[in-house]
Design a protein. Structure first.
Length: 219
């Protein structure tokens, strides 16, 4: 079977002061050739009468002070490519004949856990409702934060003047560490045991969880 990969794919957005800038999307290809995406963006758009300079300035202030941004908040979408509209996939990845530029940031026999961490982190970020700022707190920040949370080094050659400038990619959004699965399983075990003791208060605390379940009355 083929090695699995995680790519950062760069979508060209425009040019500022003669410098091209890009949007990052994460692409996971598993050993069976199935592909999955993780991308982000704003929940809204500024009023049409606003100037671009006002929008950028207001949004940067909102991100710095955790107030409302004219662009709304950071939102994310993750899932199999089949869950994305075809036109959106072409926008994010390009076409087979003309693919968007990309780079491999991880490769291995099984990257499913890393990808699960990426998905979990992006969902966590979306749930926080962070103000969107095109230049200080944006989709590139989400991609970098998700990679870092999965133990994958985000690209670093992405500043102004680089081949693929991705503004705000250096903002890791202060994402709290994810709970390892073994720790979650242990917590679930403790919660189950606590429930058992509530249901059957005469059981000694020295009993194991399986012994406790064996003492419960059957319906």
């Amino acid at each position: 079977m083929s090695n699995e990969t995680i790519h950062v794919v760069y979508e060209y957005l425009g040019s500022f002061a003669g410098l091209d800038y890009y949007h990052e999307t994460l692409l996971y290809t598993n050993a069976n050739g199935q592909q999955f995406l993780a991308t982000a963006g704003p929940t809204g758009s500024p009023p049409p009468e606003n100037s671009n300079s006002y929008n950028v300035s207001q949004a940067a202030s909102a991100a710095a002070n955790s107030t409302s941004s004219v662009y709304g908040s950071l939102d994310t979408k993750t899932g199999a490519i089949s869950t994305f509209e075809d036109q959106w996939v072409k926008q994010l990845l390009g076409t087979p004949q003309n693919p968007n530029p990309s780079e491999v940031v991880a490769t291995g026999a099984d990257l499913s856990q890393q990808w699960n961490n990426i998905v979990q982190t992006e969902q966590q970020i979306a749930n926080r409702g962070l103000p969107y700022s095109p230049v200080t707190q944006n989709s590139n920040s989400v991609a970098s934060a998700a990679l870092a949370a999965a133990g994958i080094a985000p690209p670093t050659d992405n500043g102004p003047g680089s081949d693929h400038w991705t503004p705000a990619a250096d903002n890791l959004l202060d994402v709290p560490p994810l709970t390892p699965q073994w720790a979650q399983d242990y917590q679930d075990f403790l919660n189950q045991e606590q429930i058992c003791r509530i249901v059957d208060p005469v059981v000694s605390t020295s009993y194991t969880s399986s012994q406790i379940w064996g003492r419960l009355p059957r319906a």
